[in-house]
Design a protein around this ligand. Structure first.
Ligand SMILES: [Zn+2]
Ligand SMILES: [Zn+2]
Ligand SMILES: [Zn+2]
Length: 273
């Protein structure tokens, strides 16, 4: 099972366009892992999790071929995760799509309404359809792969998802923009055994749990996952989705998280199990 991190930042990216904070200054100076695109993931070549504004940037950096995309799993409506304007370029006149290049977008009812607003009746002219997902209900992607949405505690007025990706016996949790999960989400997670848990570390050195998490909460979440048997000692835990306002460069994040055995995500990280 292979998942690539295409982006590891929160809304503004790092360095943020107009920012002179120490983290953004360090990113401009250091480059490398301190440069962070908006968070998204690619599962094999054909399933993408979230569709942010850095789609083009990721394509040209890693020579990706989006004509292979068949499924898009959307976590929530914030524009760093769902930027539907890009999808208009699937229409004829903008792109020559290969035969059978159909794309199914999975998300909440709100994502469905946003697509309706953006595309009116023309979804099928862009060779796309929409499928509404529900907490705990398996999304069958193909014969080998499925995903289970769980509820993220990210926004009180929107149903936001994290996704458990499953291929054969392997499971990877995409857990950014989670906040500290509600008890029913912990219960649902307890039915699973994860090989890899990717957790929301938006606020870095700040101790934060509401809507997003910081490094301390990530360590606590890892402990809770272990306690409940959702991960084992050999499971990998990876922090991801960082804002410059968290006050830590990649090196600073590693210094804080690696003593706890937690890896720090970066753009281009390949997770293979
Ligand atoms: Zn976000
Ligand atoms: Zn900054
Ligand atoms: Zn968000």
């Amino acid at each position: 099972m292979r998942v690539n991190i295409l982006g590891s930042a929160a809304a503004e990216g790092i360095p943020a366009l107009f920012c002179s904070c120490p983290v953004c200054r360090a990113a401009r100076e250091n480059g490398g892992r301190d440069i962070r695109r908006r968070t998204a993931y690619l599962w094999d070549d054909d399933i993408m999790i979230d569709l942010g504004p850095d789609l083009f940037f990721a394509q040209v950096t890693w020579n990706l071929d989006y004509t292979k995309l068949r499924h898009l799993l959307i976590t929530h409506s914030h524009e760093d995760h769902f930027y539907p304007v890009s999808l208009h370029y699937r229409a004829s006149g903008f792109s020559v799509l290969p035969q059978a290049s159909w794309l199914t977008i999975h998300g909440s009812a709100r994502i469905g309404r946003m697509l309706e607003d953006a595309f009116a009746q023309s979804l099928d002219q862009c060779f796309m359809d929409f499928s509404e997902v529900a907490v705990g209900r398996r999304i069958e992607l193909d014969q080998q792969r499925c995903a289970v949405p769980i509820r993220a505690a990210h926004m009180p007025d929107e149903l936001c998802f994290n996704y458990i990706l499953q291929e054969g016996d392997h499971k990877i949790l995409i857990g950014n923009d989670s906040g500290w999960w509600a008890e029913e989400t912990w219960d649902l997670l307890s039915e699973h055994r994860l090989d890899v848990a990717i957790l929301d570390c938006t606020y870095g050195k700040h101790n934060y749990r509401e809507g997003h998490m910081g490094a301390e909460a990530v360590i606590d979440a890892r402990d809770e996952l272990l306690k409940r048997g959702i991960i084992g000692e050999s499971s990998r835990v990876i922090a991801n989705h960082f804002t410059h306002n968290g006050g830590l460069t990649h090196e600073g994040l590693v210094a804080m998280l690696s003593p706890a055995g937690i890896e720090v995500g970066y753009d281009g990280m390949e997770i293979e199990i």
